[in-house]
Design a protein around this ligand. Sequence first.
Ligand SMILES: Nc1nc2c(ncn2[C@@H]2O[C@H](COP(=O)(O)OP(=O)(O)OP(=O)(O)O)[C@@H](O)[C@H]2O)c(=O)[nH]1
Length: 294
Amino acid sequence: MTEETPHKSGYAAIIGKPNAGKSTLMNRILGHKISIATHKAQTTRHQVVGIYSDDDTQIVFLDTPGVITPSYELQKAMMKTVERARADADVILLIYDPNDRHPTDEVIELLRSINKPILLVVNKIDLINRKEAEQKAAHLEDRLRIRSIHYVSAVTGEGVDDLIQAIRGLLMPGPPFYPKEDLSEHPVRFFVSELIREQLFLLFHEEIPYSCTVEVVSYEAGEDLDRISANIIVNRKSQKGMLIGKGGEAIKRLGIRSRESIEEFIGKQIFLDLHVKVREKWREKENWVRNLGY
Ligand SMILES: Nc1nc2c(ncn2[C@@H]2O[C@H](COP(=O)(O)OP(=O)(O)OP(=O)(O)O)[C@@H](O)[C@H]2O)c(=O)[nH]1
């Protein structure tokens, strides 16, 4: 840091349609898996904070759920999360997947009247030629006040360094908000429930992952081993059997995969105890949605 390059810091909200690659991009920027990402839409349900720091910059990224028209209480809570991030941010990154053929109306509506710099981040350019990506992105330029456009691939890392420099260019001089070594601000319990939820998305089909949430009931840190007990909450009685599977096979597989992923994340062995609980129509009930952390 010198006189000519003052330290800068600020908040950048990552906003876009489901599956645009928001979480993958944040993880790529941080060099760590902070936000769960799967091939299925609506994996992200919370605002997930990821902190990028270098010598003269700190950018606090707010990863958000994909923008949709909500049809039940859980989705309404997810969209409130997006609105909060929009309000908290200094800079908005609009992540756009040019391979996605569906309309972007909801995102345009959400960002149309805001008075903050919007960077259009055209992602997944490893899957499409540049000319075509430019043509696809043009409709967003016509309908929103875009500060600049960045073509990136969250998977290969192409264009990501330039994007960070562009965000830095829009931030005010100021000290870092968090210690430079911090990558996030969530407690370990949050990551544990997210990593189990990620496995639900990867191992189960159709409505199941969308109907479940995960509640960490206890977390006892030990010298060599952490003991974790968690409930998988399902939306209907009939889903309980599907989660457990024949002879408990499905929940056993979920337990093994979740344990591996949590151990990798915390760098320590764990004992994971999973139980399935039915909360009839929890997704549709505001108080349950709130009680379950959304
Ligand atoms: N080829 C390619 N795939 C990508 C890229 N970025 C993300 N993906 C894939 O796109 C899918 C969705 O990525 P996510 O990061 O979960 O997307 P998201 O926008 O956070 O999704 P929601 O949680 O639904 O809001 C995953 O299968 C990613 O691997 C990219 O640059 N190139």
